[in-house]
Design a protein around this ligand. Structure first.
Ligand code: PMP
Length: 358
């Protein structure tokens, strides 16, 4: 039997699942993970925290994850309290819950491509129409062009991504404020990579007090090196938190996840210590590729988007991607003709990538 023989929803027929290759190669720079394993003392602290939950696994966990939301609010600062914060299994689940609460059949979500490929897939899965608006040719977002596209489509949800995956481009808070002023619905700013921003690139968190329909989505998957732990969260007006509580599954965050994440946030100095080293490698990749004549997008994230043919964006990225893989270096073809994305990891991984590309 094939999938199409099943009585599956019509709008899912012919679709392909999200599928970044998970290949067992030496240098994996394709999913923007943090390349550094957790330090031993953090491993020990998380282990103890998880151990402390085991006897009580006969009981359901705290449905509202209050202790975790308290430490996350404290981490974010900006005067936020636990009532402003909501957590789920990765920011993918956070955004799915937002679509369940604010999107759904008969409603529209709009995002500016090229951007994170899961945004339209999450819309699809929740029966929300997706409108693929466009960023500027340099991957930035001009406020006038952004507002015009929002006025044309009048979406119920707007997705902004800053720093944007896959381009690395950060948005000026003025652009976000312009979108908020014109959009009727909620505006989600996906800040999965916020901790890697260059000095002087502000977070949309600064806009929260003035904008009750703004939702800032964050994750522990990147800077915290906690991708396997699955913990995403958002900051917003407390009413937004109440709205997602209408659609979340009861006990969606296991007691083990909550305990591990709390311990990881408590160890944040040790975990975030890798961020500066990763930013150095990011800047090294940008500078080296530019010296070699490649076109490279500015990056405020832990990855770099570059045009595969030095000097122009017309080369066939699939060929370059395969050649790098043949040399044991896995990077990402994001489906943008002529461009490839590489994650910034350890110095040795940068060496391997730059050598293989050369
Ligand atoms: N948002 C963006 C922009 C991302 O790039 C990613 C990870 N690729 C996510 C969200 C999802 O991260 P997670 O579900 O692990 O929090």
């Amino acid at each position: 039997m094939r999938i199409d023989d099943l009585p599956i929803r019509d709008d899912l027929r012919g679709q392909t699942p999200y599928g970044a290759p998970q290949l067992d190669v030496a240098v994996r720079l394709n999913t923007n993970e943090n390349s550094y394993p957790l330090p031993d003392d953090v491993v020990e602290a998380i282990g103890k925290a998880v151990q402390g939950e085991l006897r009580d696994l006969n009981r359901y966990p705290d449905r509202d994850a209050m202790a975790l939301r308290t430490v996350l609010a404290d981490y974010l600062g900006h005067g936020l309290s636990p009532a402003n914060v909501w957590a789920a299994n990765g920011s993918n689940e956070v955004q799915q819950q937002l679509l369940q609460a604010f999107g759904g059949p008969g409603r529209k979500a709009l995002g500016f491509g090229p951007s994170y490929s899961m945004h339209p897939l999450l819309a699809l899965g929740t029966g929300t129409d997706w409108i693929g608006a466009l960023r500027d040719p340099d991957f930035g977002l001009d406020p006038v062009a952004a507002v015009a596209q929002i006025e044309e489509h009048d979406p119920d949800l707007v997705f902004l991504c800053s720093p944007n995956n896959p381009t690395g481009t950060a948005l000026d808070p003025e652009v976000i404020a312009a979108v908020l002023d014109r959009a009727r619905g909620v505006v989600i700013v996906d800040e999965a990579y916020a901790e890697f921003a260059r000095a002087g690139t502000p977070s949309a968190l600064t806009l929260l007090p003035e904008h009750p329909r703004l939702i800032v989505s964050r994750t522990m998957s990147k800077a915290f090196g906690f991708a396997g732990g699955r913990l995403g969260y958002f900051a917003a007006h407390p009413a937004v938190v109440e709205a997602v509580q209408l659609v979340r599954l009861p006990y969606h965050l296991s007691a083990l996840t909550q305990a591990a994440a709390r311990a990881a946030v408590a160890q944040r100095d040790a975990l975030l210590a890798t961020v500066e080293a990763i930013k150095e490698q990011r800047d090294r990749i940008v500078d080296t590729l530019r010296e070699r004549g490649y076109r490279v997008a500015d990056s405020d994230a832990n990855f770099v988007l570059f045009a595969v043919s030095p000097g122009e964006a017309s080369g066939n990225q699939k060929v370059t991607w395969q050649r790098l893989l043949d040399r044991g270096v896995l990077i990402r073809d994001v489906g943008l003709p002529g461009w490839l994305r590489v994650t910034a990891g350890t110095p040795a991984e940068t060496d391997a990538f730059l050598e293989a590309l050369g």
